[in-house]
Design a binder for this molecule. Structure first.
Ligand SMILES: Nc1ncnc2c1ncn2[C@@H]1O[C@H](COP(=O)(O)OP(=O)(O)O)[C@@H](O)[C@H]1O
Ligand SMILES: [Mg+2]
Length: 290
């Protein structure tokens, strides 16, 4: 299901002397089944945007449409609860929300809260635990005895147990080592490709964005600056000056290499693999000419 925001605004502390206009009349579409990234400097409104999409915040103005359901400032709470089930959200440091005495208790809570029987919820728990790379021996363990990385996987299994069609990830890999980061992102990619889950990833790591996202939304001071493919966004001339962010380092290296050898380039490489391909292609071309 597509997500459509139409002129959505949100202000914190609206009725005070110092209202904070976190998001200003934003219009955007996120297409069903795609892998999206939201980037922007700290305080630009990224978390506010996703809290509007998952109905944790209700827009002051404008409409949000998720599939066939539309909601606005006036939508009743019962509809909001239905919407929340469609959109799973992995908040920053999701392990902070673990509460169960065992891993199983933690994971079955969500489905049971939505009326799933305990037996079925237990089956779901096993399945989702496996999906995040943990075997059944974890079910009976206290989540508080696990490592930080394992706790995060359990928390993510708990979100997946609701079988959301849209999965929002607010800096999901923060604090993990590179191997753990890759494992998680690969899992999200797999959910996207095999189940068609729409992914919305907030990340400060431009390399991740370049590698995993199809569509990038750049937010600055509560406004959508630009949206497009990683290629379009990162090669936008004003990217660094308007956002204070740095495009992937690989892109700069690729530009230098191409300049040095006067290689024509259609698309600047954004990932190490693309850079290696570019070099291989030109080296091969060069040796053929001789
Ligand atoms: N609960 C809140 N109360 C008041 N102001 C908030 C609250 N949450 C965020 N803000 C403010 O709203 C703006 C956008 O914040 P946020 O959406 O968290 O940005 P980001 O996720 O891009 O860092 C910032 O100015 C932030 O200080
Ligand atoms: Mg944030």
């Amino acid at each position: 299901m597509d997500i459509q925001l139409n002129n959505v605004s949100y202000t914190y502390d609206a009725n005070t002397a110092q209202p904070i206009h976190a998001l200003a009349s934003t219009t955007l579409t996120i297409q069903s089944g795609t892998f999206n990234a939201i980037i922007g400097p700290t305080g630009s409104g990224k978390s506010t945007l996703i809290k509007l999409i998952n109905a944790l915040l209700i827009p002051d103005t404008g409409t949000i449409r998720i599939g066939r359901k539309t909601y606005t400032h006036h939508t009743p709470p019962s509809t909001i609860k239905e919407l929340r089930k469609l959109v799973g959200t992995v908040i920053q440091f999701p392990e902070m929300q673990l509460f169960g005495q065992t891993v199983e208790e933690d994971i079955i809570f969500g489905p049971m809260n939505y009326g799933v029987s305990k037996d079925v919820a237990q089956e779901i728990a096993q399945e989702k635990l496996q999906l995040v790379g943990l075997d059944n021996s974890y079910l009976t363990v206290s989540p508080f005895d696990l490592s930080g990385g394992e706790q995060r996987r359990v928390a993510i299994a708990g979100i997946l147990a609701l079988e959301p069609e849209i999965l929002i990830l607010d800096e999901p890999t923060i604090g993990l080592d590179p191997k753990g980061q890759k494992a998680l992102l690969d899992l999200f990619k797999q959910l996207n490709q095999t189940l068609g889950v729409t992914i919305i990833l907030i990340s400060h790591q431009m390399e991740q964005v370049a590698q995993y996202a199809e569509q990038v939304f750049v937010i600055e001071a509560g406004r959508l600056l630009i949206t497009g493919s990683p290629q379009e966004v990162f090669t936008w001339d004003n990217f660094a000056s308007q956002t204070g962010l740095k495009p992937p380092a690989v892109m700069e290296i690729a530009r230098d290499v191409a300049d040095t050898f006067a290689w024509p380039i259609d698309n600047l490489p954004l990932t190490v693999t693309e850079l290696a391909d570019m070099i291989a292609k030109h080296m091969k071309g060069g040796s053929d000419e001789r």
